[in-house]
Ligand binder design. Sequence first.
Ligand code: GAR
Length: 196
Amino acid sequence: TKRVAILISGGGSNMIKLVESMVGEHPARAVLVGSNDPQAGGLKKAAEMGIDTFAVDHRPFKGDREAFETELQAHLDAAKPDIVCLAGFMRVLTENFVRKWDGKMLNIHPSLLPKYKGLHTHQRALDAGDTEAGCSVHLVTAALDDGPILGQARVRVEPGDTADTLAARVLVQEHKLYPAVLERFAGGSTDPIILG
Ligand code: GAR
């Protein structure tokens, strides 16, 4: 059984879906949830589900990413995860850190990559007049939101959509896509999954 650590920064709705999916015949189990924000709502929810949690507040490191990541790495190493899932983790990771998890770290991003890497993806899709939006799960590489794509889900952009309404519709698909990709990945396949 593969051991999975999940990193979050906020409410952790994707984290919850991942944890809930790893039961029964699933090839993986959730062993750890961590955050860069000690107040992240998802930490409490993970603890309530019986998962070990930790926080490494990035703020005292004042931009020293390497020192922050050394702490992060220590927590991860102690749990010996086979797979690390970034799920709304909002810190950019250095090349050094990413290399340690090469081929083992997944991220979910709220756009149809390679479109709209970085932030404000939904507003950028609306501003561009796109007729569809969506989300992508990819392997994490040193370049931001750029690794091999393991799955994508599409939604239609509806008349009157705002960034918030679009984000909510995409999030529903995130909650289906990420568990599906993780299960297939933990089972040893990197064949992309396309939903919608
Ligand atoms: C999700 O929409 C995720 O795709 C996005 O943050 C949200 C986290 O929600 N991630 C990024 O923007 C990464 N740059 P959650 O905490 O409820 O899972």
